[in-house]
Design a protein around this ligand. Structure first.
Ligand SMILES: C[S@@+](CC[C@H](N)C(=O)[O-])C[C@H]1O[C@@H](n2cnc3c(N)ncnc32)[C@H](O)[C@@H]1O
Length: 258
């Protein structure tokens, strides 16, 4: 009920390109966010999703995050994970377009799940490197198989708790260019990941937060991110929040139709 109310509030607030005066934002909205461009690479990824949706496999899951609203059981159907945990194609395609446009070299994803969105992040060009983190070994192994099917060789899988693995992996990197945070939707954890990632970010690093309206805690985390001094532009698309650090932009928060 509360979630539906939050969505209604978003719909009432959301604007289109006419509210954007900066050329950077106007171009971003017109050509990337609100784009219907289709890329041939989508086909293979969606075929893998279809296969996952039709799978009758049941696996044991290790949940290190905020849990699922759909199932509290420690066994789950792969088809149910594909239906409820994996981001819809609309969002995977948006991430693809962002990566295709900004060409980040080092991409992090917190929350691999079955690897469908990881494929969208990794498939634009093979020169980028995607490091994806997942706490459940059984889920991670299905993702590994999916990457093989699409012959994606630029993905490194890290298995284990984000709390432990993220600092280790960040310590090995000079900087990160693009980060998609889609796991452990808790306020404290989300803000802790944000702070750690900021320490390896640069002016053009882009951060994407998933499910920014999922709970009161996630909405509070999103407010904290928006008000951080390092952040200039934020874009609320309801299911995703996009964050830019670009110092040349005037600090501003947008709610845009998607
Ligand atoms: C919503 S799913 C990710 C969906 C995926 N990004 C996609 O769109 O295809 C979140 C994943 O994060 C993992 N996860 C949650 N909290 C975690 C933690 N603290 N450490 C490691 N993995 C975690 C869960 O096991 C789950 O598979």
């Amino acid at each position: 009920m509360l979630y539906a109310f939050r969505y209604l509030t978003y719909l009432l607030k959301a604007k289109d390109e006419h509210s954007l005066h900066s050329p950077f934002l106007f171009d971003l909205y017109e050509n990337i966010i609100d784009s219907f461009a289709e890329y041939y690479k989508y086909k293979g990824i969606e075929a893998v999703r279809e296969e996952m949706l039709l799978s009758d496999k049941i696996i044991e899951v290790t949940d290190l995050g905020a849990g699922s609203r759909i199932s509290k059981s420690n066994t789950r159907k792969v088809s149910s994970i594909a239906k409820h945990a994996v981001k819809q194609d609309k969002y995977g395609k948006l991430l693809f377009r962002l990566v295709n446009h900004f060409k980040p070299k080092i991409i992090l994803e917190l929350g691999t799940s079955l690897g469908i969105t990881t494929c969208y992040l990794a498939t634009t060009h093979s020169e980028n490197k995607v490091i994806t983190f997942e706490g459940c070994p059984n889920i991670s192994s299905i993702a590994k198989n999916n990457f093989k099917k699409l012959e994606l060789k630029n993905i490194t899988q890290i298995e284990g708790d984000f709390d432990e693995k993220l600092p280790n992996e960040l310590a090995k990197l000079d900087s990160v260019d693009f980060v998609y945070i889609d796991g452990n939707h808790r306020k404290k954890a989300t803000l802790a990941y944000f702070r750690q990632i900021l320490s390896k970010s640069h002016n053009d690093t882009i951060l994407i937060f998933d499910d920014i309206h999922w709970s009161t805690g996630m909405e509070e985390a999103w407010e904290d991110v928006k008000s951080s001094k390092e952040v200039s532009i934020t874009i609320d698309l309801f299911y995703l929040g996009i964050v830019f650090l670009r110092k040349e932009q005037v600090k501003q928060d947008f709610v845009l139709k998607f």
